[in-house]
Design a protein around this ligand. Structure first.
Ligand SMILES: C[S@@+](CC[C@H](N)C(=O)[O-])C[C@H]1O[C@@H](n2cnc3c(N)ncnc32)[C@H](O)[C@@H]1O
Length: 284
């Protein structure tokens, strides 16, 4: 497992993420649609980043509700604040593991769009989420599926580059990919442990056409807030990026480069029922 660090983000990475994160944004919209957020709901967006998804939610759905967005990265919270035009929204620097500034049982919906795989202490985060949710409130998340990581285009191509003769003896692959990903089964177990009743879970295949390899590398760097390639020895980093981009470009067609990934979309509820993974009626 590689180390994830939070001090590599820059204004430029944050700005790039805000501009090119369509894949996370669209799955986030799907997640919010599935959650069924209403105009007057109280919503907590954990890992709100630059606030792009929150802005859509506030404009489109949450017209009379309350919105709180939290993120550990100051550069991203800064953009979210600057672009916020809604008086019912606040953004704050904070982490999922400590929601101490939010009262017990005060939130209708919590969502984590493309965030769960970054969280180091998941039991602590889920305990906090359960605490702040109202009874009947829901938590929803999208996250990369660990069991399918090797089938992802980006991972496959970067691995091909790093295991090539040029780099193989300098790279410890086990230490390269920055993520605290979970499998769908591990996620279900974590919901059970947190006493959150799972209501749905699916694995979604995402196929996107991206313009070129450089765009894909920029997307990876900005969405990992600088962690992508950070565990590659510093003297090799720029060559690895160049070779990664070239390898991606080799796969381009007239339309662009097809990129495939797999996302878990899961929703659970805070119920007053037994400590079980499924809702009581499904578990009788
Ligand atoms: C890929 S971005 C997703 C941003 C946004 N939710 C979206 O859908 O575009 C991941 C975000 O998770 C945030 N993050 C990482 N660890 C976190 C934690 N422990 N608690 C809350 N947010 C975290 C990062 O700072 C980053 O902004």
């Amino acid at each position: 497992m590689s180390t994830i660090v939070f001090n590599l983000d820059t204004p430029s990475l944050a700005k790039t993420y805000d501009e090119i994160s369509d894949s996370q944004y669209e799955r986030g919209q799907l997640l919010i649609n599935r959650l069924g957020v209403m105009a007057t709901s109280t919503v907590l967006d954990i890992g709100s980043g630059t606030g792009r998804l929150g802005r859509w939610l506030l404009a489109d759905r949450l017209t009379n509700g309350v919105f709180i967005g939290i993120d550990p990265l100051p550069e991203r919270v800064k953009i979210a604040d600057e672009k916020n035009t809604s008086s019912n929204a606040t953004y704050k620097i904070a982490r999922a593991e400590d929601l101490g500034f939010i009262q017990d049982s005060s939130i209708d919906f919590v969502y984590l769009s493309a965030v769960y795989h970054w969280i180091a202490d998941k039991p602590k985060a889920l305990k906090e989420i359960r605490r702040v949710l109202k009874v009947g409130g829901k938590v929803g998340l999208t996250t990369g599926a660990k069991e399918l990581a090797e089938k992802q285009t980006n991972r496959r191509i970067l691995k091909k580059v790093l295991t090539s003769e040029k780099y193989a003896d300098r790279i410890d692959l086990a230490n390269i990919f920055p993520s605290n990903r979970v499998t769908a089964t591990q996620l279900v177990e974590q919901f059970i442990e947190a006493n959150l009743a799972l209501s749905s879970l699916e694995i979604i295949r995402n196929d996107r056409i991206q313009p070129n390899g450089a765009f894909i590398a920029d997307h990876m760097e900005s969405s990992t807030f600088g962690n992508y390639l950070n565990n590659v020895p510093a003297d090799l980093r720029s060559d690895v990026r160049k070779d990664f981009v070239a390898e991606l470009d080799k796969t381009a067609t007239q339309e662009g480069i097809k990129v495939t990934g797999f996302t878990i979309l899961a929703i659970a509820e805070k119920s007053n029922q037994c400590k079980c993974g499924l809702k009581k009626e499904n578990n009788a």
